[in-house]
Design a protein. Structure first.
Length: 315
């Protein structure tokens, strides 16, 4: 059998045979083989086989940290900044401390089950356990990274799609008519811009981020409707290796959240009397000054306390 170079030989049956190293077991080399009707065909197959084997060895050592970084980088252009910040925070806070250096295909289903239980019972900065919602959000990120490794990298990973924790339904606190009247009377008798926003939320059901982002140009008094197309959030951002946050105003997550809401007749008079310039925020009456959701929550708590209401969450 004459040797032709590049580990390619002409066999007695007329075919060309190429040989490459697949792996080593206990110090012994295991070879793989390709065949072609011509030297060129065998050379092409051998080149492809070597490339695939190299990729396979590389993928086999893909750590969870590497896989999650690749997955988030691919997803980022299609996600809103708030979603990217949320995924990154879940990774950095809970997942990477446990699995960063683990080879992703070696992570067992039983490890993920134990991980979710630990989060539920002793997770968080105070080790008092995370809420079921946060645990399920964390598991969702894990599942997405596993799916990326399986579907895009061809790496066999554990099946964790059905792992979740139960979320008990909390009873909804509904204001009685007398409580609604007490709250409305207090807000109307103290006509601050912030109170006007709370009152508007009470009558229209606007979310807290939507109220905070609302400007007077979105309030069409003559046509008697609100145009809701933005929401305000405080998100984590990366920079200088430090954890920082900033307030952002963005379109809502779905197009369904962009909508026109009728203004109740009871609100028209208050809005007409409080009218400010178009680009001013409703909650402040100012252009460059706003009230962010967390602060508005605190203000509503103060209002609830003044009205003698307890365990109330308007937003």
């Amino acid at each position: 059998m004459p040797k032709q170079g590049k580990n390619i030989y002409l066999r007695k049956d007329g075919r060309w045979e190429g040989r490459y190293i697949k792996d080593r077991v206990n110090g012994k080399i295991r070879y793989g083989y390709v065949f072609g009707r011509s030297y060129e065909e065998a050379l092409n197959k051998l080149t492809q086989a070597r490339s695939q084997e190299a990729n396979s060895r590389c993928q086999a050592q893909l750590t969870f940290a590497e896989a999650s970084s690749e997955w988030l980088a691919i997803q980022t252009p299609e996600l809103k900044a708030s979603s990217v910040a949320r995924y990154r925070n879940l990774l950095n806070s809970y997942i990477l401390p446990c699995f960063a250096s683990s080879v992703i295909q070696e992570i067992l289903r039983s490890e993920i089950v134990a991980f979710s239980r630990d989060l539920l019972t002793s997770g968080g900065t105070n080790a008092q356990g995370l809420t079921p919602k946060t645990v399920n959000s964390t598991l969702s990120v894990l599942k997405n990274v596993f799916s990326y490794a399986s579907n895009e990298k061809g790496i066999p990973v554990a099946d964790i799609k059905d792992i979740s924790v139960k979320q008990p339904q909390k009873p909804m606190r509904i204001l009685s008519k007398s409580e609604q009247k007490s709250l409305s009377t207090y807000l109307c008798s103290n006509p601050k811009p912030c109170h006007l926003g709370i009152l508007l939320s009470l009558y229209t059901g606007l979310r807290i981020g939507e109220i905070c982002a609302l400007r007077w140009q979105d309030i069409h008094i003559e046509e008697q409707y609100l145009y809701v197309h933005q929401t305000m959030q405080r998100i984590q951002i990366e920079g200088d290796g430090r954890k920082r946050t900033e307030v952002v105003i963005l379109p809502p997550k779905s197009n369904c959240s962009i909508r026109k809401i009728p203004i109740p007749n009871e609100m028209l008079c208050f809005l007409k009397n409080a009218r400010k310039q178009n680009d001013a925020f409703l909650l402040t009456g100012l252009v460059r000054s706003f009230i962010e959701p967390r602060c508005l929550e605190n203000k509503f708590k103060a209002v609830s306390k003044a009205c003698g209401l307890t365990d109330v969450n308007l937003f």
